[in-house]
Design a protein around this ligand. Structure first.
Ligand code: ADQ
Length: 487
């Protein structure tokens, strides 16, 4: 039932994610909804439109309830969250417990029972809303670490559904995951799905190993047999394997070919004083992204004279992120201090060593920056995939540019022609940056062409089609029917 007492409509395809792909525009009277485009929307929008889809998620405003509504061919089902739940479930358990735990403990995860209680409560609310809007036998796709309990809750309420889960961030090795006081509940939550997708094969293997050790269940290849809650009989077989996410390659390629974007890229270079080498970093301002390590390496290259002042400029674009969490305030201070130091030592009136921007840019501007940059620095300490690396390659319509890519980002498994780095090794990082700066023209083009070829086929539509095709096949096998065709 909705707030006004009408019956819920039901849908054959339901996406569940922490956030709805919309923002509330308060400047109009009454306030209106605007879609906020993102990778996930691109991936699932075609499936949504062709299969009568709904999206269940938080609308971004605390302590407010909204009825479901339609926007841009999507049916959106808002899940209300109180400001206290945002503190405990979202900023707390999701982003100060799970996020650091799943990213190699780069900062210490905090374990609080009150945060866990709210995580459970909010997961139950998401599952309950989704169960109400899914039609019989519907396909439901749950996204990310904030909602790991939803698959089992849904299976209990609606065993008829085909349930998929995709984890956008890494899944840690058992030695780290074992710290989580609620580890078995999280594993059981995920195992409610027919298909559990991860970015890398290593993440899926970590998950299956945790299931073997912690739940004492056997696994065979990707399959895990899950008993019913009473342990009596076999409930279903869950599969855990890799589905590396990607980008809308074609759309970015087209965008980067537009004359206005090419002109803007030229303009950016000229506004920066036409440096010989333009290096670029683009990240959410997050301690996992290795921004400090990259700036340190660049600073040392200037200090020891390997790069001459005036030869190279580093542009660091950092999107504000999770600013109410202490460690995020800290990383911002650290980065800004480091940028200030380098500029103090190496900038002149007509040349600035580092340009630092702490804001978001529209897509067009991002494409122009990618096209303008000779060297892209992706130095994450741990990253599920890292779409920035793939976006850079997709925008290089000139087949030029060098990607320096952390071996700890999932993207390194597909973009094998990048210059790979271990960002913890500052001397190694400096050497690889120099290699990128000095790379001969022919080698740059050979590497870039190979990466572009790969992304042309391995794009985000292929990712969602692979995942959903596999999920439907598994669910059909479980029910002993032919797989329903997803368009
Ligand atoms: P994120 O940690 O957010 O995603 P990433 O994959 O790099 O990391 O995606 C960031 C997105 O934000 C990119 O599309 C990028 O263009 C955009 N962006 C970054 N800075 C911006 C700015 N200043 N202005 C405008 N846009 C900006 C999580 C995981 C990743 C995984 C993705 C998808 O942490 O590992 O790749 O989900 O699964």
């Amino acid at each position: 039932m909705t707030i006004d007492g009408t019956q819920d409509e039901t849908f054959d395809f339901v996406v569940i994610a922490n956030r709805l792909p919309v923002d509330r525009d308060m400047s109009t009277e009454p306030p209106t909804w605007r879609t906020s485009p993102g990778g996930l929307v691109t991936a699932v929008a075609p499936v949504m439109q062709q299969n009568r889809g709904a999206w269940v998620g938080w609308a971004g405003a605390t302590d407010q309830e909204f009825d479901p509504f339609d926007l841009d061919d999507m049916h959106l089902v808002p899940v209300p969250l109180s400001s206290e739940e945002i503190v405990r479930y979202y900023e707390g358990f999701s982003n100060a417990t799970l996020w650091p735990l799943y990213h190699d403990l780069i900062v210490h995860p905090e374990y609080h029972r009150t945060w866990w209680d709210d995580y459970v409560r909010v997961n139950e609310r998401f599952a309950e809303r989704a169960a109400r809007v899914a039609s019989p036998g519907a396909t439901v796709w749950v996204h990310d670490y904030q909602l790991q309990l939803v698959p089992a809750l849904l299976r209990e309420a609606r065993p008829d559904l085909a349930i998929g889960f995709f984890n956008h961030i890494p899944f840690p090795g058992w030695e780290l995951f074992a710290q989580l006081p609620w580890r078995s509940q999280v594993l059981e939550g995920l195992l409610g799905a027919d298909l559990i997708g991860f970015q890398r094969a290593a993440d899926a293997a970590n998950f299956r190993r945790a299931v073997r050790i912690n739940l004492n269940r056997s696994t065979k290849d990707t399959a895990i047999t899950v008993p019913t809650a009473d342990g009596e009989r076999e409930s279903h077989v869950a599969h855990a394997r890799a589905f590396p996410i990607s980008i809308d390659t074609e759309e970015l390629d087209q965008l980067a070919r537009e004359e206005r974007i090419v002109a803007r890229a030229r303009e950016i270079r000229s506004e920066l004083g036409d440096p010989d080498v333009l290096m670029l970093g683009v990240d959410r301002l997050d301690y996992t992204k290795g921004i400090r390590h990259r700036i340190k390496a660049f600073g040392e290259l200037l200090n020891d004279g390997s790069i001459l002042p005036g030869e190279a400029t580093l542009v660091q674009i950092a999107t504000p992120s999770r600013e109410r969490i202490e460690q995020y305030r800290q990383i911002r201070d650290d980065v800004e201090l480091a940028v200030g130091r380098i500029n103090g030592e190496h900038s002149t009136l007509d040349h600035q060593a580092v340009h630092y921007f702490h804001h978001s840019y529209p897509r067009d501007e991002m494409a122009a920056y990618y096209l303008a940059a000779d060297v892209m620095l992706v130095t994450a300490l741990r990253d599920g995939m890292n779409l920035v690396a793939k976006e850079y390659v997709a925008c290089r319509t000139d087949d030029d540019g060098v990607l320096v890519l952390s071996e700890f980002a999932g993207a390194a498994e597909q973009l094998t022609q990048a210059v790979t780095v271990n960002p913890y090794d500052i001397s190694g990082l400096k050497a690889r940056i120099l290699m990128a700066v000095r790379m001969p023209d022919a080698e740059r083009r050979r590497r870039m062409r190979a990466m572009r070829r790969k992304l042309r086929t391995e794009d985000v539509r292929r990712w969602s089609a692979d995942f959903l095709g596999t999920l439907r096949g598994l669910a059909a096998a479980r029910q002993g029917t032919a797989p329903a065709v997803m368009q």
